[in-house]
Design a binder for this molecule. Structure first.
Ligand code: ADP
Ligand code: ZN
Length: 730
C-alpha cells in the first residue's frame, strides 16, 4: 500500500502530495513521521492507494505513526480544501489550524500519572497482623486500606517515603496503573447556576431556529434579552440527538459567567479552546474533544477548528465582533468556516448579537438567513437611559477634566448607593484623529467621507481609503480654535479617579493589565466578586459580561471610534456604545449610561441613544450602497514588505503590472485601483508598499486572479500579503 502524505511545511513549492510506503496499515488522517530530503518531518496521511506514479525505487518508508488515533478527520480535509481554494493558502497552513501548535513535533505530550490501589488478591490483613521485619510497610498498608480507593504514586512516595512504598509494590501488595492526568483550564468557577425556566420570547426564538429550514439564523436580541439561555438550550437539543456542539465567543469575552453556565449545565463535556490556556491544557482539551470525551467546544475564533465530528449546532456569539476576522496568516473569516462546517454536518449555524454586523443584517433582511428577534430584556427590564454629556459645553465652562459634571454626579450617586460603575475608554484610537474641542470639527476626506489620520512624521492628514493627502491645518478651519489630538488613555483615567474618589476601589482592564495567563478572567472575577467599585477598561469590557450590581456606565469618549479612517467606524461606534451600555442595569436596579461627546448631533450617536439598531443599519447600508463600500464592494489590499526598498518596489511593480492585466480584462468589476506607499511606510525595519482595490464582491474569479497574480511574486526576502476588507489599514 502507498500512503499519500501532506508534509507539514508551509512553503508553496512543497504544497502537494508525496507518496510513502508502509508495511503496517495506517488510517487516513494519521499524523506520521516521514523522511523528507535529509530530514525527518511530520506529515498527514490524506489517502491510501494501491498504485503510485512515482518510480518504486524512489519511494521511502513511513518512519512512524505519531498518534494512536488519527488526528485529522475527513471533515478537516474538506475544510482544508475549502481554505486552500478560498484563501489561497497551502494545505499545511490550513491543516495547522486544526492542531494546537504544541502538538506539532511533540513539544507537549500527555502528562501521565501513576495511580496506586491495594491489590485485592494480596492478603493484606494477614500481612498487617503478622509482619515483623517490614513494620513500616505494614503500617502504611493499614492506612491505605482505610483510605480512598486510589492514591497517586508520587504523593505516596513523598508522604511515606519511597522505600516503604516501593517495598509494598515489590511485594505485590499494591498495584500501579498508568493514567492520563488532565490539565483542566479555569477551574473553580464558583457555584453552579440552575437552569432557567424559559421566557416566552426565548421559547419562540428556539422554536423558530429549530423549525426553519435555513442553514443560518441571526439571533438579534437586545443586551440582556437572555441569548445565553437560548444557546444552552440549542446545545442541549443537539446533545440529546447524540450530536456535538461548537460555541464561539469573542477573543476577549470568554467570560467566567459564560463558562460557569456551560460547565454547570454540561459538566466535563465542555472543553475550552483558547489562546490564554497553557500549552498542556490546550493539548489535553484538544484530545478530549478529538477522542469524544468532551462534546462541546467553547472558545474564541480558533475554536471554529475544534476537532469534533458529528456537529449538531454551531453558535457564534457577538457575531459582529472584529476578532472573528483573522488578521494573520491564514486570513480567514470565522463565519465562512463555520458556515462550511455547518453545511458539511447538515446542522444549523446561529449568529447572535445585540448589534449584528450590517453584512449579516442585510443577509437576514434579504432572507438568506432567518431573522430571529428578541426585542426586550428578560422580565421586561428597561434598557438603561442614555444621557448625553456635551463636552463642548464642559470645556466652555472651564471643566478640563476627563469627567463631565453629569458623569461625576451620577458616579457619586451610584457609589453612595453601593452600586458598581463601569467606565469605558477605547484608547486604541489615540493620535489617529484631529478634532476641534470648541466646535466639534473633525478633519475628513473630501472624496471618501471618512475621517483623516494624522501622520506626525510628514505632518500630513491622510485618507487610508483613497490615498489622498491633506495639509494639517494650523487651526480649526471652521472656527479658528486650536486643533487637538485625542490621546487620553485608561491609565490616566484611573489616576484622575483616585483623586476624585479616593475611597473607591478601581480596577483597570486593558491590554496592559491582562497580559498574564487568565488575566481577563481574574479581573472580571474580582469585579463580579465586588472587590472593586469601578472598572475602567477598553473594548474588552464592552461585551458579554453580566454584572448585576452595575447601574452606571460612562462612555468617556463616545467620538473616539468615529474618527477612525475606516468605513466601518460608524457601525463600530454604534456597536461599542450599545454593547457597553448594555452592561448597565441588568438586574433589579435600573441602569443609566452617560455618553461624553463633542458631537452629540452625530447621527450614529443619535441612533445609539434611541437604541435604534435597524435605523442605524438602514442608514449605514444606504450610505455604503451609494459610495460602494462593503458589502457592496470588496476592498482588496496587496501589501509588499521588505528590508531592501529597491527590491520591494520591484516586487510591487511586478504585481501592479499583473493586476493591471486583470483590470484590463475585467474593467467593469473594478471600482478603484491604486498603488502607493502603505500609510505605515516603515514597520519593523521593513518598507511597505501597497496596492488598494475596490472590486465587485460577486465576481470571485477576479478576486482569485488577484491572489494568483500577487502571491507568487513573494521572494525569500519580500513578503506579500493579500487582505480582503482588512480590519486595519496601516
Ligand atoms: P444577553 O446575552 O442576551 O445579553 P443574558 O443571556 O446574559 O443576556 O441574560 C441576561 C440576564 O437575564 C442574565 O442575568 C440571565 O441570568 C437572566 N435570564 C436569562 N434568561 C432568563 C430566564 N428565562 N429567566 C430568568 N432570568 C433569565
Ligand atoms: Zn479618501
Amino acid at each position: 500500500m502507498f500512503y499519500r502524505v501532506i508534509v507539514d511545511i508551509q512553503a508553496k513549492d512543497v504544497d502537494r502530495i508525496f507518496d510513502y510506503r508502509s508495511a503496517e496499515e495506517i488510517s487516513v488522517g494519521s499524523r506520521v513521521t516521514v523522511p523528507f530530503g535529509k530530514k525527518e518531518i511530520e506529515g498527514y496521511v490524506v489517502g491510501v492507494s494501491e498504485t503510485t506514479q512515482v518510480p518504486l525505487e524512489k519511494i521511502k518508508d513511513v518512519i512512524r505513526v505519531v498518534d494512536s488515533i488519527p488526528a485529522i478527520t475527513p471533515e478537516m480535509l474538506e475544510v482544508m480544501h475549502f481554505m486552500c481554494a478560498r484563501y489561497h493558502v497551502t494545505s499545511a497552513t490550513a491543516l495547522r489550524q486544526f492542531l494546537p501548535t504544541e502538538m506539532r513535533r511533540g513539544v507537549v505530550k500527555e502528562s501521565v500519572l501513576y495511580a496506586v490501589t491495594v491489590n485485592p488478591e494480596f492478603d493484606a490483613q494477614k500481612f498487617i497482623a503478622t509482619e515483623k521485619r517490614a513494620k513500616k510497610q505494614a503500617e502504611l498498608l493499614a492506612v491505605l486500606l482505610r483510605g480512598e480507593a486510589e492514591f497517586i504514586l508520587s504523593e505516596l512516595r513523598k508522604n511515606h517515603g519511597a522505600t516503604v512504598v516501593n517495598g509494598l509494590i515489590d511485594r505485590g501488595a499494591l498495584l500501579v496503573a498508568e493514567k492520563q492526568k488532565m490539565r483542566t483550564p479555569m477551574k473553580g468557577l464558583g457555584a453552579p447556576t440552575a437552569p432557567l425556566t424559559l421566557k416566552p420570547m426565548q421559547e419562540t426564538a428556539i422554536r423558530k431556529i429549530l423549525t426553519d429550514e435555513r442553514r443560518t439564523h441571526l439571533l438579534f436580541g437586545v443586551t440582556g434579552s437572555g441569548k445565553t439561555e437560548v444557546y444552552l438550550r440549542l446545545i442541549e437539543e443537539a446533545k440529546a440527538r447524540g450530536k456535538t456542539a461548537i460555541m464561539l465567543v469573542p477573543e476577549i469575552s470568554l467570560t467566567p459567567q459564560m463558562l460557569q453556565r456551560l460547565r454547570s449545565r454540561f459538566g466535563d463535556s465542555v472543553a475550552i479552546l483558547h489562546s490564554g490556556l497553557s500549552a498542556g491544557e490546550r493539548f489535553d482539551e484538544w484530545w478530549r474533544l478529538r477522542r469524544g470525551e468532551a462534546t462541546i467546544a467553547v472558545g474564541a475564533r480558533s475554536a471554529v477548528f475544534a476537532p469534533l465530528e458529528n456537529v449538531g449546532i454551531i453558535i457564534v456569539d457577538e457575531e459582529h465582533d472584529g476578532s472573528y476576522q483573522s488578521d494573520s496568516n491564514p486570513r480567514y473569516f470565522t463565519k465562512e468556516i463555520a458556515e462550511m462546517r455547518a453545511e458539511y454536518n447538515g446542522c444549523k449555524l446561529v449568529l447572535g448579537s445585540a448589534t449584528p454586523s450590517v453584512e449579516s443584517y442585510l443577509l437576514a433582511k434579504e432572507g438568506t438567513y432567518q431573522m430571529v428577534t428578541m426585542p426586550s430584556r428578560v422580565n421586561t427590564r428597561p434598557l438603561p437611559e442614555m444621557i448625553f454629556a456635551d463636552m463642548r459645553k464642559e470645556v466652555k465652562s472651564g471643566n478640563h477634566t476627563l469627567f463631565s459634571s453629569v458623569l461625576k454626579t451620577e458616579m457619586e450617586n451610584a457609589l453612595s448607593e453601593g452600586n458598581q460603575v463601569i467606565l469605558f475608554l477605547n484608547r486604541r484610537g489615540y493620535s489617529s484623529f484631529v478634532q476641534c474641542r470648541t466646535c466639534g470639527y473633525v478633519a475628513t476626506c473630501e472624496d471618501c467621507d471618512v475621517s483623516l489620520t494624522y501622520h506626525a512624521k510628514s505632518a500630513r492628514l491622510k485618507c487610508h481609503y483613497c490615498g489622498a493627502q491633506y495639509r494639517m491645518p494650523s487651526a480649526c478651519p471652521s472656527c479658528g480654535a486650536k486643533l487637538e489630538f485625542g490621546n487620553v488613555g485608561t491609565e490616566r483615567v484611573c489616576m484622575e479617579l483616585n483623586q476624585l474618589f479616593p475611597n473607591a476601589k478601581v480596577l483597570r482592564m486593558d491590554n496592559d493589565t491582562t497580559q498574564n495567563k487568565e488575566g481577563h478572567y481574574r479581573i472580571l472575577k474580582a469585579f463580579s466578586g465586588r472587590e472593586a467599585d469601578i472598572l475602567v477598561g477598553t473594548q474588552m469590557i464592552a461585551k458579554g459580561h453580566d454584572f448585576p450590581m452595575v447601574t452606571l456606565v460612562g462612555v468617556l469618549d463616545a467620538d473616539m471610534e468615529l474618527h477612525f479612517s475606516d468605513y466601518r467606524s460608524g457601525e463600530r461606534t454604534f456597536q461599542l456604545v450599545t454593547q457597553v451600555a448594555g452592561r448597565s442595569g441588568r438586574a433589579e436596579r435600573a441602569g443609566k449610561v452617560v455618553l461624553q461627546t463633542f458631537t452629540p448631533e452625530n447621527y450614529v450617536l443619535d441612533f445609539a441613544k434611541r437604541y435604534d439598531y435597524v435605523g442605524m443599519c438602514e442608514s449605514e447600508l444606504a450610505l455604503r450602497r451609494e459610495t460602494l463600500f462593503p458589502p457592496f464592494c470588496t476592498i482588496l489590499r496587496i501589501l509588499v514588505s521588505g528590508e531592501d526598498e529597491r527590491k520591494t518596489i520591484e516586487v510591487i511593480r511586478k504585481i501592479y503590472d499583473g493586476v493591471a492585466a486583470v483590470y484590463d480584462r475585467n474593467k467593469e468589476d473594478f471600482l478603484f485601483f491604486h498603488k502607493s506607499k502603505a500609510p505605515l511606510f516603515r514597520l519593523q525595519n521593513k518598507y511597505r508598499y501597497q496596492i488598494l482595490m475596490r472590486v465587485n464582491p460577486n465576481n470571485r474569479s477576479v478576486i482569485d486572479e488577484i491572489y494568483q497574480v500577487a502571491l507568487p511574486a513573494a521572494t525569500a526576502t519580500e513578503q506579500v500579503i493579500v487582505e480582503e476588507n482588512p480590519k486595519n489599514m496601516n
